[in-house]
Design a binder for this molecule. Sequence first.
Ligand SMILES: [Zn+2]
Ligand SMILES: [Zn+2]
Length: 150
Amino acid sequence: MKDIILETGSIKKQVTLQGNSEGLVFDNVGELIKAQSLGVSYTANFIDGGFTLNYNIYGTLKAVCARCLEEFELPVNISDIKFYSPETQEINVSEQLREDIILFIPQNTLCQNDCLGLCQICGTSKNKKACGCNDKPMDPRWSKLKDLIK
Ligand SMILES: [Zn+2]
Ligand SMILES: [Zn+2]
């Protein structure tokens, strides 16, 4: 994405600066995030103690479920406010957005909280049908024996 950088000098002059952008694309926000098209609206203010940046990021991320590997849509709606000292020369909005998006993406992206994942034996998505395989975890007392067989 092209960087959104606000010169604080111009905010000082106008006291409030507003803007918005559609179709933001962020690279390298996570292996499980495929495609994205996000929007942002922001307001920068000049107040006595420095600058504030209010923003809202909205849209949908296309993510891959960590359990069943199906693609699903992850809605994004992040609102945040940041403070900058009066000495700040410029505010890099894009950098701030990127940080928030990375924090927002769960470590384990799941299509639903109770996603059943894939069968360990036949690979069928257990959300779609019961495959009937017996893939219950083995009694730990047997795992030593299993290692011997390998
Ligand atoms: Zn899933
Ligand atoms: Zn199975």
